[in-house]
Design a binder for this molecule. Structure first.
Ligand SMILES: [Fe+2]
Ligand SMILES: [Fe+2]
Length: 288
């Protein structure tokens, strides 16, 4: 029940919301972001990656949202990590990520590098765990059993993610090496979590492969996650898993855990869905 103010008016309890793939490089998406307003000053917002490729756009977006929501939690998508000729910030790989974390710190936005915040509103207490664990080509193309074979099939089919051009893994030799380093570091941190404390795991990519099975081009799945996180929703007591990247907004359940794809996507996509979808309520969820 919402709390009541002494005067009898209802005090709206805050809600935990999630959204991703804002892609504000598109004017329509930028206008949509400008229109976002919380229902209550105590609402929190999770932003699960792909805000933009340009650092100035990312700063504008997260700054605007941090002014409106009580707490904003961000994880990087692949687009934030692209180094393109369109951005005066030419940092690559780990340095680019660390630069974005510094931007977030200035704005008061939480990142995977901060202590995990505890949601104490309705549905809580639950630990919000922003993750940056990338992908390692282990969601292989059908009929292949190595990264090299899987990539070869994708090139053959002409289905190659732009990350291959713009997402540099420096100082790691490969994107999969960066992924493995992130996995190790994250597992070390999560090992310190108290048993039984429930979590909301937030990652740009789905932590399990199943949601990628409906991709139009199955070769694309290799840029969508890693088998190394397949049991994290169970191992780390997830009450919900939030992700984006696929641009296929929907809810699925895996081992009884709610996985929610919360993307807005490109204007050409959301125009066919009656407009962009706003932030999805995580707690209380729509069925709660
Ligand atoms: Fe995206
Ligand atoms: Fe993405």
């Amino acid at each position: 029940m919402p709390a009541r103010r002494p005067g009898g008016a209802r005090l709206m309890a805050g809600r935990l919301y999630a959204i991703s793939d804002l892609h504000v490089g598109y004017a329509e998406n930028r206008a949509f972001v400008e229109s976002l307003r919380p229902d209550s000053p105590s609402d929190w917002l999770i932003v699960a990656g792909d805000v933009s490729e340009r650092v100035s756009d990312i700063e504008w977006t997260l700054g605007l949202l941090a002014d409106r929501y009580e707490t904003v939690v961000w994880v990087p998508g692949n687009h934030e990590l692209w180094t393109t000729p369109k951005d005066p910030v030419t940092l690559r790989g780990e340095e680019r990520y660390r630069h974005l974390v510094d931007v977030c710190r200035r704005l008061g936005v939480l990142t995977p590098e901060d202590p995990y915040p505890l949601w104490r509103g309705e549905g809580g207490p639950v630990l919000i765990v922003p993750l940056f664990v990338l992908y390692d080509y282990s969601f292989r193309a059908p009929g292949t059993s190595t990264k090299e074979e899987s990539l070869a099939v994708a090139y053959e089919a002409g289905v190659v993610c732009t990350d291959e051009r713009f997402l540099h893994p420096d100082p790691y030799p490969t994107r999969d090496a960066w992924c493995r380093a992130r996995i190790e570091e994250t597992e070390r941190r999560l090992a310190a979590k108290e048993d039984g404390v429930r979590t909301v795991l937030v990652n740009h990519y789905p932590l399990v492969r199943e949601p990628t099975r409906i991709l139009r081009y199955p070769e694309f799945a290799q840029w969508c996650g890693t088998e190394l996180t397949a049991d994290w929703h169970l191992k780390y007591d997830a009450a919900a898993v939030i992700y984006g990247h696929l641009h296929i907004p929907r809810v699925t359940h895996h081992d009884g855990v709610r996985f929610e794809e919360v993307s807005v996507g490109y204007p050409r996509e959301w125009r066919s869905w009656d407009g962009p979808r706003g932030p999805r309520p995580v707690f209380p969820g729509e069925s709660e």
